[in-house]
Design a protein around this ligand. Structure first.
Ligand SMILES: [Zn+2]
Length: 117
């Protein structure tokens, strides 16, 4: 007689596990959101953030000027994700970029996104 093999978890267990995982991720994201909101509200952290952003923008401009590459492309000229800079993009996402010259203090930029990182 042939016995039925089981994996040890039923579909109900799997669904419950997925829901638990999603709830855990959502709880962690909410905590991170609240933490970063509080962190950014501190003027000392705002100054630190501005200094880091200015230095990072300066370094990126220098690097881009040396390489003479089209933005969001790799060394072979292929379009890549604007976040991980490795995978091919499948969509574009909108991000806010701090800009002191904009009336609201930021501008919307569209960057290619792989959908996985
Ligand atoms: Zn990516």
């Amino acid at each position: 007689m042939q016995s039925k093999r089981t994996t040890g978890t039923s579909l109900g267990d799997q669904a419950r596990e997925d829901r638990g995982q999603r709830a855990f991720l959502e709880k962690r994201r909410e905590y991170n959101r609240r933490y970063m909101r509080a962190w950014r509200a501190d003027p000392a952290h705002q100054a630190l953030d501005r200094d880091n952003r200015d230095r990072s923008n300066y370094e990126r401009k220098l690097r881009d000027a040396r390489i003479d590459r089209i933005p969001y492309t790799n060394e072979r000229g292929e379009r890549v994700c604007g976040l991980c800079r490795r995978q091919a993009p499948v969509t574009e996402i909108v991000r806010l970029q701090v800009c002191d010259c904009a009336p609201q203090g930021y501008v919307e930029i569209r960057i290619p996104y792989c959908g996985e990182c």
